[in-house]
Design a protein around this ligand. Structure first.
Ligand SMILES: Nc1ncnc2c1ncn2[C@@H]1O[C@H](COP(=O)(O)OP(=O)(O)OP(=O)(O)O)[C@@H](O)[C@H]1O
Ligand SMILES: [Mg+2]
Length: 295
């Protein structure tokens, strides 16, 4: 356990619960710490949820999605995750996709509030430095209204965000040092990690053709004529806009959109809204980025 058992934050969360927003640069150990906190609080009998908001290195869902997760404890005291709602963003970084990320986080937060929890832990990306990152974090914090901010601090990298949060009366700020064992992962390692996640998800594919009329596209759609958009990620959303699966674009006409999706994706009949992503995959799961600006 990397938060001391007697840490005041754990005492507060154990006794009163709350919404705790993790803050830290890339590879600061946020997701590891959250995993440990989930373990500890779940074993203590709390209803814990995680809002996994890292579209690049998601712990619980497919890259490019945001996920809300609850946990159960089995007979052997193992803590088992269950994804209860997903939002498709369609990108592996918040940069260029700020609105879908913040709106998606808020939608999952509302879902969590409707389902009920004692403690909700929010695991964002490590995008913390520079004016855009500071703006995104502070807007996200304002929108999600955490009761606690827990920062993993290396040097001065979080100072602008923490200094602002400390002035707020509606949240408490706690700081821990980045653990010595936290390890940096190269862009290549991160890419390989995503590739493996895609490879596991996109197996045993079937082609499904969605007729526009029975379904609709939520948002922009790319001009398909003369473009190679094969393999573009397509979010398959239900009538409430939550993601019930992700497919790979195989082709589209004015009337139909055909996607390849895992046979195990049982929710095809629930799909009402399709959303195009900005990443295409080749059969090996290699990514090709297609910015909506190029559409
Ligand atoms: N306390 C720890 N003890 C041992 N290893 C750790 C610890 N904390 C982090 N690590 C290792 O460091 C790496 C980065 O940790 P982690 O994924 O938790 O960071 P993160 O802040 O969530 O990163 P990202 O910004 O990419 O989401 C991982 O390989 C993890 O196993
Ligand atoms: Mg992480």
């Amino acid at each position: 356990m990397h938060v001391p058992d007697q840490h005041p934050l754990l005492k507060v969360l154990t006794e009163r619960g709350g919404v705790c927003f993790l803050l830290g640069a890339t590879d600061a150990g946020k997701s590891t710490l959250i995993r440990d906190m989930v373990q500890l609080l779940s074993i203590r009998g709390q209803a814990v949820m995680v809002l996994d908001a890292d579209v690049g290195q998601s712990t619980y869902g497919l890259p490019t999605t945001l996920n809300l997760v609850r946990f159960s404890v089995d007979d052997q005291q193992r803590v088992v995750p269950h994804v209860v709602a997903s939002v498709f963003v369609g990108a592996t970084s918040p940069v260029g996709h700020l609105l879908p990320v913040v709106v998606g986080c808020r939608r999952l937060m509302d879902r969590a509030l409707a389902l009920g929890f004692d403690t909700l832990l929010i695991d964002p990306t490590g995008f913390v430095e520079g004016p855009l990152a500071v703006e995104l974090k502070l807007q996200k914090i304002d929108l999600l209204r955490p009761t606690q901010v827990l920062a993993l601090v290396r040097a001065n990298e979080l100072q602008p965000i923490l200094h602002a949060c400390r002035q707020r009366a509606d949240m408490s700020v706690y700081c821990l040092p980045v653990p010595a064992a936290a390890r940096s992962r190269s862009p290549a390692e991160r890419r390989a990690n995503r590739q493996e996640r895609y490879r596991c998800y996109f197996t045993d594919l079937v082609r499904v053709s969605f007729r526009l009329g029975d379904t609709a596209v939520w948002g922009r759609w790319p001009q398909c004529a003369g473009r190679d958009l094969k393999g573009l990620l397509v979010g398959l959303n239900d009538a409430y806009g939550y993601c019930c699966g992700v497919g790979l674009l195989s082709g589209c006409t004015e009337r139909t959109i055909a996607v390849d999706l895992p046979r195990s994706c049982s929710a095809v009949r629930e799909v009402r809204l399709l959303r195009f992503g900005s990443v295409a995959l080749d059969p090996d799961g290699n990514e090709r980025f297609i910015s909506p600006r190029q559409w």
